[in-house]
Design a protein around this ligand. Structure first.
Ligand code: BGC
Length: 907
């Protein structure tokens, strides 16, 4: 490897994105080097209008010149103003502190359609007569999904095509077809937003899919979030009932734009083989109704009617800025059992979100039915009660005559088991394939240790993340709910950010959160907010739930901390301020006890308390703590943005709420007036106690845990802080003790019961605590999986010190009898890794720190014992002693520390 390399070029977090509508996109890169202490001393960026110019070293859009500095993240494009459709080819050269230099390979981005006037496409929908033409089809009602419609347009492409670009949007979901092939790999596009405020469009480079002469541009249009069932109420069409499409294909020859093919009244439409399709209900496909050749030129137009042109939506069309939904993996069933004649139960061995790809051969008209569920009943049949009204059933009707391969287009299911009936023969290997579907956020981290149960727990959290990060962070993927619950997302976000790069994903979702803010400043409990007929629906109330609505501050703050993104906090600043103003207006005495919306409290704590809207001292405590924490985060963000007076104002607000908190909830001896683990956890995690009582408060927390016979009793909110607070306040062994418990309630209890994802409730499947309610019992809810953060941060010890991990804090807390733990995490600067092994008192720890960053490293070691790095003793002058650790500063590179460690009690 060359001594210095520059790689990982990203524009607005994405690799070579097409169709951005960010007018000043930001550029990032990373260094790679094989020596220690590498720093970037200077950089230069070229942005050119063509690859040839870039290769010739001409930055005709922007040439930054050589700039001294170590910045590698979110560098705002500094060239001439960018216009619609422009192509930008770029590369970066860097110099390190020794003067060595390296150039990156070229990367690119393109601009989307920035002005409304750029859109030539009209919004088209099916002629209502297509439904009447076709008795098998359904137009869809408030309670019945409709049949997706097929649309096509034949056109003649010119010779000498140099580029063809397709822009597409819909109210509903589109799948596009060009040159007889599917366009792109995105699924379920355009994704979920509050369609009354903004609708996404996608940009595709389709140059390779088009040939001179006659071509067909086709589309299939389904329901999705726009018109299908979402949430748990029994009606469809939250945003509208009629699906519509806007597509614009722009073909360029050497002479410029030669042809634009756009949706208009000349497009033809017809129903097709999908009889119905809906996220919750599933899809029914009759292959006998396929119209082979519909996407090829020369196909007869008989039976195809003209599309209807609608008024364009009066909302913003915006480029999608996050990774699209994709199939990221396929799985073969672990087992297939015939539980009755012709009734097969396939067990994937993993609870997933997605669907089955079916391969089948049989007589025309044979009907194969696939039902999906997360569990089996004791008698071995599929258990579906917890899906509530989601039918989760796909039906495939064979055309006959050979091997047929099918998978649904506009639905998805949360399932581990699929029941298949109607197969002509027992399924052979390869006949049933599960497709794992979610937003394709890039993997970022992994964790492993010597305890298999803990490894499974970590993996379960990661699976629940994959299964639920589908366009928006949902609570669950299986029942009739699947909403962007803000509380669930907020508590899990740090864990999520360790597992995957969720920067673009949450940047997009935070826009949904802000879109859902009320005029009074109230952030929602779910985002995008559901609406009906232009009004907010009562489903989630107007929001404001403590720990839920506060996501409006926590999400931008976390994006700033983890990814060093200041733009996101600047953009949402006015919205965050409105929220803080609202809280202050409604709770003038510094105690947040009013306007708490649905007031979920420490949702699903033990024993489960699911009464909403009621008030209790615990709920007031929780709400007040969150408010104080919002204020503290606002003060930090204001300081980062250089808003000095606001920083002071929010700091003062934090102190005022903290004083009120102490006045109302704190007793002299460090006890709180509310006896609950979560009360102590919030008070400690959110810095609400005077320094002198913190140790005592932590001791009260431990005695509460002891009083529960060393069990946790926290719900969605408290659990996130449980092990971090215990560890930070000197009780790591208690944290490990809770981690390793296998009896109820504990993290490993579901693992012991075969969980492959995180359960919604601590008791889940079992009748512990006298509770068993199938109607609120998901097996795939990530909220209680927020322990992942602690595994990375405290067990492996990879912690953030400065925004964007420009500086890291590496501080592992061995314990719990683990003999090893290791993790890696891809920061935007590169990979941090940490791996420790323990054998008796001998502690060996290998770490690596990415170039252009530094770390404060805490080596676990007993007082008075020696520590070496790569065999060389660390002089006491090079490090400082903290109880149980030797602390030193390092630059980038790989290090091996050896020390003597005698257990947490050494602290
Ligand atoms: C959802 C949650 C959500 C909660 C609000 C439930 O129905 O599944 O995960 O946070 O309601 O308390």
């Amino acid at each position: 490897m060359k001594a210095l390399r520059v790689t990982g070029l990203r524009c607005e977090y994405l690799e070579n994105p097409l169709g951005l509508d960010e007018r000043v996109p930001r550029l990032s890169w990373r260094l790679e080097a094989n020596r220690r202490g590498v720093r970037q001393a200077a950089w230069r960026v070229w942005v050119a209008s063509s690859p040839a110019k870039l290769a010739a070293g001409v930055g005709d859009r922007w040439d930054s010149g050589r700039v001294t500095g170590d910045r590698t993240l979110h560098l705002p494009y500094g060239g001439a103003q960018l216009a619609s459709r422009q192509r930008c080819h770029w590369l970066v050269q860097v110099w390190d502190e020794t003067g060595a230099t390296a150039r990156s390979l070229p990367a690119h981005w393109t601009m989307g359609l920035l002005e409304r006037a750029d859109w030539r496409a009209r919004w088209i929908a099916a002629d209502p007569a297509v439904g009447r033409d076709d008795p098998a089809s359904s137009r869809g009602t408030r309670t019945e999904p409709g049949s997706p419609v097929w649309l096509r347009k034949e056109f003649v492409a010119p010779r000498g095509i140099v580029r063809a670009t397709l822009y597409a949007s819909a109210r509903g979901l589109f799948e596009l077809q060009l040159g007889g092939r599917r366009v792109g790999e995105d699924l379920l596009a355009p994704e979920w937003t509050d369609y009354r405020q903004r609708i996404h469009y996608r940009t595709y480079d389709v140059t390779a899919q088009i040939a001179p002469g006659r071509n067909v541009l086709g589309a299939v249009l389904g329901d999705g979030w726009w018109s299908g069932f979402i949430g748990w109420q029994e009606t469809r069409g939250r945003y509208g009932l009629e699906n519509s499409l806007a597509v614009q294909l722009e073909i360029e020859t050497a002479r410029g734009r030669a042809l634009v093919v756009a949706t208009d009244g000349s497009w033809r439409c017809r129903t097709g083989p999908i009889l119905s399709s809906d996220f919750m209900m599933g899809e029914t496909y009759d292959a006998r109704r396929e119209r082979a050749g519909w996407d090829r030129p020369g196909f007869g137009q008989k039976g195809w009617r003209r599309a209807r042109v609608l008024a364009p939506p009066r909302v913003r069309l915006v480029a999608q800025r996050s990774e699209p939904v994709r199939i990221t993996e396929t799985l073969a069933p672990k087992s297939v059992a015939e539980i009755g004649p012709g009734v097969y139960i396939c067990d994937l061995g993993q609870n997933i979100t997605g669907w089955i790809r079916l391969r089948v051969k049989g007589k025309s008209g044979t009907r194969v039915v696939l039902r999906h569920g997360e569990r089996l009943s004791p008698d071995g049949t599929l258990y579906t009660e917890n899906l509530r009204r989601a039918k989760a059933t796909d039906v495939y009707i064979l055309k006959g005559g050979g091997r047929e391969v099918w998978e649904p287009r506009f639905t998805f299911h949360g399932f581990q088991y699929v029941e298949v009936t109607g197969l002509p023969a027992a399924p052979a290997p390869g006949d049933i394939t599960a497709c794992v579907v979610h937003s394709a956020t890039p993997p970022a981290g992994a964790f492993a240790c010597s305890h298999p149960g803990v490894n499974r727990l970590w993996l379960n959290g990661r699976w629940s993340q994959r299964d639920n990060f589908l366009s928006v962070p949902t609570d669950c993927p299986q029942r009739d709910e699947r909403l962007g619950w803000t509380g669930d997302a907020e508590v899990f976000m740090r864990t999520a950010a360790y597992n995957m790069n969720v920067a673009a994903f949450f940047t997009k979702w935070m826009i949904d959160v802000e879109d859902a803010q009320t005029a009074d400043g109230v952030f929602p409990d779910t985002a995008p907010r559901l609406r009906e007929g232009g009004d907010y629906v009562g489903l989630d109330g107007l929001g404001g739930g403590a720990g839920w609505a506060d996501a409006g501050v926590i999400v931008p703050w976390t994006l700033w901390r983890v990814y060093g993104d200041e733009r996101v906090i600047e953009r949402h600043w006015p919205a965050m301020r409105r929220w803080l103003d609202y809280l202050e207006r409604t709770n003038p005495d510094g105690v947040r006890s009013r306007e708490l919306g649905n007031n979920y409290g420490d949702w699903l704590c033990v024993p489960a308390d699911t009464a909403f809207r009621t008030q209790s001292p615990m709920k007031t405590l929780l709400a007040t703590a969150y408010w104080a924490d919002d204020a503290a985060k606002m003060a930090q963000m204001a300081a980062a943005l250089g808003r000095k007076s606001e920083a002071a104002r929010y700091q003062a607000l934090f102190e005022r709420i903290r004083a009120a908190f102490q006045r109302v909830f704190l007793k002299r001896d460090g006890r709180l007036s509310v006896q609950a683990q979560t009360a102590y956890l919030l008070a400690l995690a959110m810095n609400l106690l005077p320094e002198k009582v913190r140790g005592r408060a932590a001791a009260h927390l431990v005695s509460d845990i002891r009083a529960h016979n060393w069990h946790l009793s926290t719900g969605f909110v408290g659990i996130r802080h449980l092990n971090p607070v215990l560890t930070d306040y000197g009780h790591p062994e208690v944290a490990y003790r809770l981690l390793l418990r296998e009896d109820y309630p504990s993290w490993l209890y579901p693992v012991r019961h075969g969980a492959t994802t995180i359960w919604e409730r601590w008791n889940g499947w079992t009748e512990k605590d006298g509770f068993f309610n199938p109607h609120m019992n998901s097996f795939n809810h990530y909220a209680l999986g927020s322990i992942g953060e602690w595994l990375y941060r405290h067990v492996a010890g990879i912690e953030l010190a400065e925004p964007g991990f420009k500086r890291a804090l590496l501080r592992p807390h061995p314990g719990g009898g683990l003999t090893f733990a290791r993790a890696h995490y891809e920061t935007l600067h590169g990979r941090i890794s940490s791996a420790w092994i323990r054998s008796g008192p001998r502690f060996t720890w290998k770490i690596s720190i990415p170039p252009n960053t530094t770390a404060e490293v805490w080596v676990p070691s007993a007082a008075g014992t020696a520590v070496t790095e790569s065999g060389v003793p660390i002089e006491s002058s090079a490090g400082r002693r903290e109880p149980g650790f030797l602390v030193c500063e390092v630059g980038s590179g790989k290090y091996v520390f050896r020390s003597a460690w005698r257990g947490a009690s050494a602290r």
